[in-house]
Every structure is written in structure tokens, then in C-alpha cells.
Write a protein that binds this ligand. Sequence first.
Ligand code: 7PJ
Length: 261
Amino acid sequence: MGIVNVTPDSFSDGGQFLDPAAAVAHALEEIAQGAEIIDVGGESTRPGAQPVSETEELRRVLPVIERLAGQVKVPISIDTMKPGVARAALQAGASLVNDVAANRADDAMWRIVSEARAGYVCMHMQGTPQTMQANPTYADVVAEVGDFFIERLRRLNESGMSADQVVLDVGIGFGKTVEHNLQLLDGLRSFTRLERPLLVGVSRKSFIGKLLGPDVAERLPGALACACWAAQVGVQIIRTHDVAETVQAIRMTEAMLAHRQ
Ligand code: 7PJ
């Protein structure tokens, strides 16, 4: 899954692809590099980011989705927390909603996804992007994220969504300390018991910097280590800014897995 941020303030590439033509060109480049899903987002969810209005978010993402939908075969994902943005994006040609706010209380988002028969990424987050990194606390983060997934699959089903629309994501960095992120990466295999595709997003994330020191432009090796680890324990989708490098690392991992005795 290649990332296309149509935002002025995302933590690693904010402002680069605000112009729809630049965003579309970036998506096409990611597809040429092997991306099999394009994730278009118009609101930064980095810790402490300011929310944007629905009007502004739509102004950013809709031209990009419309233009892409007219010319690419890969599924387009809309990265949004707003049901209204999800609805408009699905109408414009997106087929997957990436919901980092799947810990939401109301079911408007889920009804929209259900009715569209679209895909849905159900990501775990403790708190909100504004509060999540203040003091993340868990007794057992792997068990709690697993319980969250089970409870959400039930709620999604009650809102009309079938399990086969759902992808699960532990939400690396969303209300987690470095230690929590490492525990979740270690525990990834346990989530395969839920029999849903798994997605992991580690690209350029701050826990790599906190653990090893590199600043945001130099975290690719750390992210590739996580991506290969994830692929090896059964994760199907890696969300990344660096598609060519990630595809090569994953294909190599898959070649080794295919030859395992
Ligand atoms: C994730 C995401 C992630 C999913 C972001 C960043 C911060 N969506 N959106 N999973 N991260 N599903 O790009 O690093 O980990 S925004």
C-alpha cells in the first residue's frame, strides 16, 4: 500500500503533494514501483496534528481520487476519520476506507462502508491523534488489541459489514510507546487467528528514530526490517512511503518463505 499524503503537515512528506497533479503523479510512480493499493489521505494524523474541516479534506482528496480512479486498476483507499469524506471518496472511485479512528463510538462510518460493500481497514488507536501519545497505558498491549479487534468485528457485523470486508491493523505508533510497538510487532502472528488480512504501517515512524537514532528521512532500513518481519509472520499489507524498496524487501522475504523446508 503506497501512501499519497495530500496534506501540508504530514510528518515526513507534508506539503509535497498538495497539488492534485503532483499527488496523482506520485501515485502513478508508486504503482509503477509495485504498489497494489494507493492510500490517499487529506488529514494528517501525526501526534498533536490539528484536525481539518470536512470541506477542506474533500477539496484535497477528491480531485486526486477522481483522476486516479479514471486511469488506474489498483484499488484506491481513502485514509479518513470522517464518514462524509469516506462516502464522497467511495462515490468518486475509492474502494477501501482506511479508518484510523475505528475506535469510534457511533456507526455512521460503518453503515457507509457496509452499503458501499467497500473494504475497511480497522485500525487500533488508544485515544485520538491529539491525545494518543500523552501517556499510552496497557496491562498487555497484544491481548488488548486482540480484544479490540474481536469486539470491533462484532460491532462492524451489527452495522451490516461482513467480516470479509475487513482488514485489521494494530496501529503502530497510535497511542503506543516504543515498547508497546515492539510488543505488537512481536505478537503479530497471534492476530492471524482472526482470519482477516493484516496491515502494518511502520514507514518512517518515530519509534524507529527513538530506538535507533535516525531522523525521519533516514529510517528506511529500520522500516524494512519491520516490514520483512511482518511479512514473515503472516501480514499481507505493508503501508509505506517507500514503495520500490519495500516491494523488493518483501519479494525477497517471500522467496525465502517459499523455499522453507
Ligand atoms: C497508519 C495509517 C497506520 C493505517 C497513518 C504515518 C502516520 N493507517 N495512517 N495504519 N499510519 N491503517 O503515515 O506514519 O499505521 S498516518
